[in-house]
Write a protein that binds this ligand. Structure first.
Ligand SMILES: Nc1ncnc2c1ncn2[C@@H]1O[C@@H]2COP(=O)(O)O[C@H]2[C@H]1O
Length: 908
């Protein structure tokens, strides 16, 4: 493994050089301070470039008590730096150096980081104390004396991953260039710091931002804190400290001497993120010494720490299992391989007593009262599921603070080697789960499907496009939550993620059909699934269905309003127990025309569309004429029934002050009137199975509903005399058309649960609907879809007598389809709907239980029409009774009914 910084090749023995000599000065302080650490100081820089390697999760977990041991001088105050531990550094150093190093005695594991004095106090040949003179003279690598190389052997052993000669950069934030500022600048220059001077907070942040963009980091920031008039040093320090990439930047505050008499101002600065406060001085020597101490005691350790993030990352990604405990054998660090081995997430591992993850007795490693020993042998590890795995474990005690071992490094592999074994164990999924990347990987590998170079390139470009969908964002957010939650919660979120990654988020997973009743299964299956399941067998016979091409002649009764019986009946046209069958009868099978005109009049549709009543009358007549009288269910009486329910719902919405605007009312009524126009009396599945031209035209997708919507507009726009939209302006027409199409398409049953789920999720939530959807228009669309859906299948919630008649009609239509399928040797879409054997009560019980019940409850909670629920429950009980009594066939049931057209008994 080689680690290098972007600007420097991997070169741990690095040849030191000073690229420039000090421009200073007669006031040299070289002799005053112990400059043995000069090379060290020169070699400290760093690191942000190197730390471009991401700090891993494990590394973040390592941030325990701060290790900073910087010395403070009499005139300075130093803040503790909240960074990584010496223990971690030692562990990392030890691990990365080599496996062999695990056998080294603990005393050797001392880290070559820390105080300036550690460098300065060294003496003797080959140690840092010899750097001073050599570095002062060295101009090029070749000029460097050999002792530099000797010293760097220590770096080889305990590398700090620092480039050898980084140019240290200082940012000076001084309101004005006075004598203090000048001295600070000179002192910086004396120590070869590259100085940038800025005069305001904004300029400072801007400079840092630019430096960040160009990977040119500032190692030192010195802020003028002498007065709050020019600059608010505390605020600047806090802002910088909280800016990404500056947690290890050294920040110094230059304060008035008087500040040092009381501690409050200085402590406020230190708490804001300043590392050290120094007293203002016009004495360059004093300032230079101060700066030198800062270089040794703060900047160097900071740089060491920042570059060690590369080591954390290396350790984190290691295939070998490494974990570190403290002296009480509590786990302090675990790498990713440990997570895999234990099948636990890091947050479950950290702080655990070591004994919890071993089945074996650990007394060989640590006996009460005795010192921690090295260990090399077999121990059995306990995984989360209690499974035990024997592992070869090596344990090395390390002294991080003082000379007694404080930490233990554990290194595992399976007996006989083969670390890939861990990869074969069942794993917790790794973060970032659900990232765009992982979602893509789940569905298909873009690269594997791109066979030629050209496609590969363009697909690669595609993956970099900003194509993140909202669902991906949701998945990513949940994945983030998952990283910090309990195992149980994580499992639940996993389940949620699994669903979210599926297509057709709102498509129903067909509810498990609890009933053992094959009739209900047949019916629900046929309604909720698309036609493709029936497409295997095809008949070569022509369909008997002729659709859509001939315009039927509409006969508009000349004096429709003159019929007093019709007029009287229509007075009740908004009540839930309106007798649609009587209307059918007394209008000679023109219920849509009469009911339609009544609705248009009541809801002011003529005015809304700015159209003559006669155009509307003609339109209704043509639409009605295109309903097939031969259909027992899908005829114009059903259309009139749906229109009547729509009128009743609009009225109730208005009563509840959930007002639809006039155009919304008009379009809802038009959609209801036309929603099944030219229905062939056979299902979409039948059309697909029989190669009907409509199924071919619409590719087996939403065949009937597409046809109803299309033919509505074809008929309407095809004849000026019936074009009810002709006076609308372009925009209004466009919007009306879109609403009508959307409502008609919403009656398709394969998307029943999708619409219901969306409606419930928006209107059933505590949250204001507007906050859950993107716009008011979207809320309105969901409401209109549900309105027409409920109206379309409201027959089981109508007064019982009507409910039974509708059940008879739909059953008869299903039977006719089955008859035809049999006759033409087509696949039988609902085999149980055979007139000889079918139980009507059972089919109705299934229909109510699986399709109607939830939807009616949702709609009733929204619109407040309890009679829907009352009727539905009475009807349900009646079907149950019939079922128990064995009243099954249409004939049985009809024998029990009073003739339709009489007022039902269970209405309000
Ligand atoms: N009472 C009922 N019993 C069984 N199926 C029904 C009943 N009412 C409506 N349906 C079905 O529900 C479907 C709703 O959409 P369609 O009008 O296209 O066709 C309808 C019928 O297939």
């Amino acid at each position: 493994m080689i680690i290098s910084s972007p600007s420097q090749p991997a070169n741990l023995s690095g040849t030191g050089t000073t690229s420039s000599t000090s421009p200073l000065s007669e006031e040299s302080v070289e002799s005053d301070c112990n400059c043995a650490g000069a090379a060290t100081a020169a070699g400290v820089g760093a690191g942000t470039g190197t730390t471009a390697l991401m700090m891993g999760r494990a590394a973040r977990q390592m941030q325990t008590p701060a290790m900073e041991a910087a010395t403070s001088t009499t005139s300075s105050t130093t803040a503790t730096t909240p960074t990584t531990t010496a223990a971690a550094a030692a562990a990392i150093t030890t691990t990365i150096t080599s496996r062999a190093s695990l056998t080294r005695p603990a005393s050797e594991s001392e880290l070559l980081v820390g105080t300036g004095t550690s460098g300065t106090s060294s003496s003797g040949g080959g140690r840092p104390g010899h750097r001073k003179s050599s570095l002062a003279l060295a101009l090029t690598p070749e000029d460097e004396p050999m002792d530099v190389y000797t010293r760097n052997l220590m770096d080889l052993k305990y590398p700090t991953v620092l480039p050898p000669n980084p140019q240290l950069k200082a940012l000076l934030v001084f309101h004005k260039s006075d004598s203090i500022c000048e001295v600070v600048t000179l002192a910086c220059q004396r120590h070869q710091l590259d100085v940038t001077l800025v005069k305001s907070k904004e300029e400072a942040l801007d400079t840092l931002q630019k430096s960040y963009a160009t990977a040119q980091c500032y190692h030192l920031i010195i802020i003028d804190a002498r007065s709050t008039k020019g600059l608010d040093a505390e605020h600047i320090a806090r802002t910088i400290r909280h800016t990404h990439g500056h947690h290890l930047t050294t920040i110094i505050a230059v304060c008035k001497k008087s500040f040092f008499e009381k501690d409050d101002a200085l402590i406020a600065l230190l708490d804001a993120g300043v590392n050290r406060c120094i007293a203002e001085t016009t004495n360059l020597a004093m300032c230079s010494v101060e700066l030198k101490q800062i270089l040794h005691s703060i900047i160097r350790p900071h740089n060491v720490m920042s570059t060690q993030q590369a080591l954390y990352t290396a350790l984190h990604r290691l295939k070998e299992v490494v974990l570190i405990t403290d002296d009480l054998l509590r786990i302090q660090y675990a790498n990713r391989a440990t997570e895999r081995l234990l099948n636990m997430r890091l947050d479950e591992i950290i702080s655990k007593p070591l004994a919890d993850i071993f089945v074996s007795d650990l007394s060989t490693i640590s006996e009460q009262g005795k010192s921690i020993k090295e260990f090399d042998g077999i121990l059995t590890v306990r995984r989360k599921n209690q499974e035990g795995i024997p592992m070869h474990v090596r344990v090395v005690p390390v002294a991080c603070i003082g000379s007694a071992p404080t930490h233990l490094i554990f290194n595992f592999d399976i007996p006989g080697g083969g670390m890939d074994f861990i990869a074969t164990l069942p794993q917790p999924k790794e973060a970032p789960r659900g990232s765009l990347h992982s979602v893509r990987r789940c569905s298909f590998d873009v690269r594997s499907i791109a066979s030629d170079g050209l496609r590969r390139t363009s697909l690669a470009k595609l993956t970099s496009l900003p194509l993140e969908a909202p669902i991906t964002k949701i998945i990513n957010l949940l994945s983030q939550v998952q990283e910090n939650c309990s195992a149980d919660e994580a499992r639940l979120i996993d389940k949620v993620l699994e669903f979210l990654k599926r297509e057709g988020l709102y498509s129903p997973q067909m509810k498990e059909i609890r009933t053992d009743d094959p009739i209900a299964t047949d019916l629900i299956g046929a309604l909720l699934t698309g036609p493709s399941v029936y497409s295997s067998r095809r008949s070569s016979n022509d369909s008997i269905i002729r659709t859509g091409n001939s315009t039927r002649t509409a006969i508009v009764p000349a004096k429709m309003k003159a019929n007093p019986i019709v007029m009287e009946l229509l007075e009740e046209s908004l009540s839930w127990d309106f007798d649609i069958f009587k209307l059918e009868e007394i209008t000679d099978y023109h219920p849509l025309l009469y009911l339609g005109m009544e609705m248009f009049r009541r809801f002011d549709v003529f005015a809304t569309l700015n159209i003559d009543e006669n155009v509307c009358k003609a339109w209704l007549a043509v639409i009605e004429a295109h309903y097939h009288k031969s259909n027992t269910y899908h005829n114009s009486t059903h259309a009139a029934d749906v229109m009547q329910a729509t009128g009743a719902f609009i009225t109730q919405l208005t009563n509840r002050e959930m007002v639809m605007d006039r155009m919304d009312e008009a379009t809802a009524l038009i959609a209801a009137a036309a929603h099944d126009v030219d229905h062939p009396g056979r299902s979409s599945a039948f059309l697909s199975n029989s190669n009907n031209p409509l199924a071919i035209l619409y590719n087996d997708l939403t065949v009937l509903e597409n046809h109803h919507a299309a033919i509505t507009f074809k008929l309407t726009l095809g004849d000026d005399k019936i074009n009810i939209f002709k006076n609308l302006d372009k925009e209004t027409y466009k919007s009306a058309r879109s609403t009508i199409i959307d409502m008609i398409l919403a009656t398709e049953m394969t998307r029943h649960f999708e619409h219901l789920a969306k409606f419930v999720s928006v209107f059933g939530s505590e949250v204001e609907p507007r906050e859950l959807v993107q716009s008011e228009e979207e809320t309105s669309i969901l409401m209109r879809r549900m309105l027409i859906k409920v109206a379309d299948v409201s027959n089981p919630a109508r007064p019982m007598q009507y409910c039974i008649e509708w059940a008879r009609r739909i059953a008869e239509e299903y039977f006719m389809q089955t008859d035809e399928e049999k006759q033409r040797h087509l696949p039988i879409v609902m085999p149980m709907f055979d007139r000889a054997t079918c139980s009507i009560p059972k089919s109705q019980i299934g229909f109510i239980e699986y399709i109607i019940q939830d939807m009616m409850h949702a709609w009733d909670s929204f619109i407040d029409m309890p009679q829907l629920i009352t009727c539905m429950q009475i009807n349900y009980s009646q079907w149950k009774k019939y079922d128990e009594q064995g009243v099954n066939t249409l004939a049985d049931i009809m024998a029990k009914q009073p003739p339709v057209g009489n007022k039902p008994s269970n209405s309000k």
